[in-house]
Design a protein around this ligand. Structure first.
Ligand code: ADP
Length: 491
C-alpha cells in the first residue's frame, strides 16, 4: 500500500554512503512496522559492519573539504536544509506517526523542534571564537582556536526519531565535522527522509552518511573500534551507553551520552493546583510516556495529595487512545509488544507491592501495541516502577511530608536528567532548584526543552549538552598555538 505522502520520494529505503543510496550487502532488508496496526510500512536495507566501514571511509575522505569551508558557507547549506525540512513538515510528520506511533500533532511539533536545531547551529557555528591570552614572555604570543573534532558517529533512539538526530547532526556539521549516523531500526524512515532533504540542500558526498540496519552491535562495534572516528554521540538506554563507553575506551574517543532519566515531579502543598495538574499531564503523557524526561515519579505533599490525585484522575480518564493519525488521539501506541509487556510488568510489580490502581483507561483492542493510561497511588521507593524508567502512560504517585523528604526521594536515583517541581514559595524555589541533582529543572513549568537551552544530564544520565551556545563544544577540540616571534629588533 503506498504511504499517504504528498512527496513519495521522501520515502528512502537504503543506506546513504558517500552521497549514494546503497542497498545492503547481499540485498538484505528488514521490515519497518506501524505500531498502531502491526502492518509493514516498508522494507529497508539491512546495513551492517560492511556499510558502517564504507560510511566511515566516506566521512574520512570528505572531512578536509568540509572543514575547509567557511562557517558561513556551511551555515548557508544548513539553512537551506532547515527550510526544506519545514517545507516538508507535513509529510515528515506523517511518516513519523506511521513508524513511531505518536499523535500527528506531536509529530508536527517534533519536526519543528528538530528543525530549530539546524537553524540554531547554522548561526552558532559562525561564532566559534578563539582567544588571545596575555603573553607570559615578550617573544611569544599565545593563541587558542577551536577546531572540529573530525569524523563523528551518531547513534539515536526511536522515541524522537527526527529531533534526536537533528540535535547531533546540526552542531557536528555546522562546525565542520563529517558524520556517520545510525538511527534506531524501529524508526529509520524519519532519519532517511531527513538525510534525503540534506542531499537536496546540497550536502557534498560523504559529509553525512546514514547506516540503517538491525544488527546494532555490529554497526556500533565498527563505529567504536575505528581510529578514524574521533567522537561518538549517543542517545539511548543507560545499559547500551555503558557498553559503548567501554568500547570507546580503546581508541580514547570523545563521547557525549544522553542516557536514561527517572524524572521526579514534586508538587508542594502551596502549588497552584491547575498549573501542577496541567504540568503533570504534559510531562507524563507526551509520546505515550516514552521520553527520557517524562515525569517518572510524581511526588505529592500530603496536604494537597488527594485534591491533586482526584484532578489527575479525571484528566487521565478523558485521554483518548488510538492510532496517531486519527483525529483527536492524545495517546498513541507504544513502540512494540515488548514495550507493552514491560509496562504491564512494572504495574504488576507495583500492585503486588501494595500500590493502588485508581484509574485504568481504555486501550483499543485488536492489532497495535497499546497500553491504557493508568494512575497508581501509594508507590514507594522499593518498587521497580520508582527505580526504572516506565516509558509508558502510567502516572505513579508517591506521597511525601516535607521539603527535606521530597529532595531526598527525588535524588534517590542514579539518573539525573530532568526534574520538575511546583510551589509558590520563592525561598523554596531557590532551595529545591539548587538541591536537585539534575541537569535540567522545570519550576512551575514542564515544557523545558528547546534549541536555545543546554539539554543533558548529570550522574548516570550521561555527559555533554545538546542545544544552546554550549552545544557546539561537544564537537570541537580546543587547540593552543604558542607563536614564537623572536626577540624585538631593538634589543
Ligand atoms: P531503547 O531502549 O530506547 O531502544 P537502546 O539503547 O536500545 O534504547 O537504543 C538506542 C540506539 O542504540 C538505537 O539506535 C539502537 O539500535 C542502538 N543500539 C542498541 N544496542 C547497541 C549496541 N550494542 N551498539 C551500538 N548501538 C546499539
Amino acid at each position: 500500500m503506498p504511504l499517504p505522502l504528498s512527496d513519495p520520494s521522501l520515502l528512502r529505503r537504503q543506506c546513504l554512503i558517500d552521497g549514494d543510496w546503497r542497498d545492503a550487502q547481499g540485498g538484505a532488508t528488514f521490515p519497518v512496522d506501524n505500531p498502531a496496526s502491526g502492518e509493514t510500512l516498508a522494507r529497508v536495507a539491512d546495513g551492517g559492519a560492511l556499510e558502517a566501514g564504507a560510511a566511515i571511509a566516506a566521512a574520512r575522505a570528505a572531512l578536509p573539504g568540509w572543514r575547509a569551508l567557511t562557517a558561513r558557507e556551511r551555515a548557508r547549506l544548513l539553512r537551506r536544509w532547515y527550510e526544506l525540512v519545514l517545507a516538508n513538515q507535513e509529510d515528515l510528520a506523517r511518516l513519523m506517526t506511521l513508524e513511531q506511533g505518536k499523535p500527528l500533532t506531536e509529530a508536527r511539533g517534533e519536526i519543528a523542534y528538530g528543525a530549530a536545531y539546524i537553524d540554531w547551529f547554522a548561526e552558532e557555528a559562525r561564532r566559534v571564537y578563539g582567544d588571545i591570552i596575555p603573553t607570559t614572555a615578550p617573544d611569544r604570543r599565545l593563541l587558542v582556536t577551536r577546531q572540529p573534532v573530525g569524523v563523528v558517529a551518531a547513534i539515536t533512539p526511536w522515541n524522537f526519531p527526527m529531533a534526536m538526530l537533528a540535535r547531533k547532526l546540526a552542531p557536528a556539521l555546522a562546525v565542520g565535522c563529517t558524520v556517520v549516523a545510525k538511527p534506531a531500526a524501529e524508526t529509520p524512515l524519519s532519519a532517511l527522509a531527513l538525510a534525503e532533504l540534506a542531499q537536496r540542500a546540497g550536502m557534498p558526498p560523504g559529509v553525512l552518511n546514514l547506516v540503517v540496519g538491525t544488527d546494532a552491535s555490529a554497526i556500533g562495534g565498527v563505529l567504536t573500534a575505528s581510529r578514524d572516528v574521533a567522537k561518538l554521540s549517543f542517545t539511548g538506554s543507560t545499559a547500551v551507553g555503558r557498553q559503548l563507553l567501554a568500547a570507546c575506551a580503546n581508541t580514547v574517543k570523545r563521547v557525549s551520552m544522553e542516557l536514561g532519566g527517572n524524572a521526579p515531579l514534586l508538587v508542594f502543598d502551596d502549588a497552584d493546583l491547575d498549573l501542577a495538574v496541567d504540568g503533570a499531564m504534559a510531562a507524563k503523557f507526551r509520546n505515550a510516556g516514552q521520553t527520557c524526561i517524562c515525569a517518572n515519579r510524581i511526588l505529592v505533599q500530603r496536604g494537597i495529595h488527594d485534591h491533586f490525585v482526584a484532578r489527575l484522575r479525571e484528566r487521565i480518564a478523558a485521554l483518548r487512545v488510538g492510532d496517531g493519525l486519527a483525529e483527536g488521539t492524545l495517546i498513541g501506541p507504544l513502540i512494540n509488544q515488548r514495550a507493552v509487556a514491560k509496562v504491564a510488568d512494572l504495574v504488576g510489580d507495583a500492585l503486588a507491592g501494595g500500590a493502588r490502581l485508581l484509574e485504568s483507561g481504555t486501550a483499543p483492542g485488536g492489532p497495535g501495541f497499546f497500553h491504557a493510561p493508568t494512575l497508581l497511588t501509594g508507590v514507594s521507593p522499593g518498587m521497580r516502577i520508582f527505580r526504572e524508567e516506565i516509558f509508558g502512560p502510567v502516572a505513579a504517585i508517591t506521597p511525601f511530608s516535607d521539603e527535606a523528604q521530597a529532595l531526598a526521594l527525588a535524588n534517590d536515583t542514579d539518573a539525573g536528567l530532568a526534574a520538575y517541581f511546583y510551589t509558590a514559595d520563592l525561598g523554596r524555589i531557590w532551595r529545591v532548584s539548587e538541591g536537585l541533582d539534575y541537569g535540567m529543572v522545570g519550576v512551575n513549568e514542564t515544557a523545558i526543552s528547546s534549541e536555545v537551552i543546554p539539554f543533558g544530564g548529570m550522574k548516570a544520565s550521561g555527559m555533554g549538552r545538546e542545544g544552546s551556545r554550549h552545544g557546539v563544544d561537544d564537537y570541537l577540540e580546543i587547540k593552543h598555538i604558542c607563536l614564537g616571534i623572536g626577540p624585538s629588533p631593538d634589543n
